[in-house]
Design a protein around this ligand. Sequence first.
Ligand SMILES: [Zn+2]
Length: 437
Amino acid sequence: MPEQSEPGGQSQPLHSEENIRSRGGGRDRRTCRGCGEPLIISFLDLGAMPLANSLLTAEQLNNPEIYYPLHAFVCGRCFLVQLEQYNAPEDMFSNYVYFSSFSDTWLAHARDYVEEIIPQLGLDSDSLVVEIASNDGYLLQYFVEKGIPVLGIEPAANVARVAITKGIPSKVAFFGEALARDLAEGGKQADLIVANNVLAHVPDLNDFVTGMTRLLKSGGVISVEFPHLLNLINQTQFDTIYHEHFSYFSFGAAERVFARHKLKIFDVRELPTHGGSLRLYVAHADNEAKVETTQVGRLRQNERKASMDQIVTYAGFADKVKQAKLDLLSFFVEAKRNSRRVVAYGAAAKGNTLLNYCGIGKDFIDFAADRNPHKQGLYLPGTHIPVYHPEKILDARPDFVLILPWNIKDEIVKTIGYIREWGGRFVVPIPTVEVMN
Ligand SMILES: [Zn+2]
């Protein structure tokens, strides 16, 4: 991502729409990527670490590894929690090893969503569903099964190719205003735009949401899912902070972003995915057919009760995270003093934040197991812990299995529950260190 250089003098007020746009959506390193306010309030400084998804090959272990600062700030004006702009490599998302279809939980979630939304919006063979960050077609495949036209937009070419071979039309591109305009001019506007867990990944938030406004038919609906910042704070989910996640949204912060682009949130669901997510239903602000539901009012009130509009709520987070680190290290030190063998399950991005921030490497964890063949044979960034096929757990018979993707812990416990046959126990690091019985 090229740096935006800022001209010295500012003649416009700091938060004017023109000002935000002229600076590429607040992409300057010192300003909020939502509203343009200077970013001065620290939320959490995790130090420097390698990119969470950049697993290493055996050959790369001998090369220097690039570490980037990982420091989240909160905007004092719109309360958007966000990473300070850093020099992100161009190819951060172009060869992604994350394939959505490798999680059963996530596939079930996608299928349920499609079953629910088709009748709700009356989608049929004349409709168009566009998914932004469509990955390997994990979601759109269920619309295709029902004969509903779809278009996937996915920047990682290797991942998009998987979708295309499954018969899901996919465009290899980053989404933004320019692409949306091209699509609209080519007669493609959407009845439904799905953007699940992508808003956080967007460096230029205002350009992205402008694109959504352009791509959406006048009566269309945008459905957006993201992990809820309220849960991140309440459950100390600090490991969900990593370089690929630029923004962390409360309901209020998201509402302010959409309102700036003449969009309104008219309905909302709270979901258990990713440690507690929100699904927002968004329409054009002038779409009178979409009336705000009581859930919207209730969520606004919940956030007010949790003081999500008070800086003090954000200021105390760093201390909670330090405590979580001490607790996890205490577990490991005791386990190792007692000569226990510990392995990790799931080479998830969040695991790399956790391990690197806590300084837990090969001295504590023998290996990580992951069912994704694209990750097997590689090494975790920073810690260089090797990643193996889950079968390796059967040979190693570890005393403890640390579940890194705690958001799908139930699925993992079911999949490798056999560790209990030799007295093995599961350990979940978040929200507090828990050794499961
Ligand atoms: Zn802001």
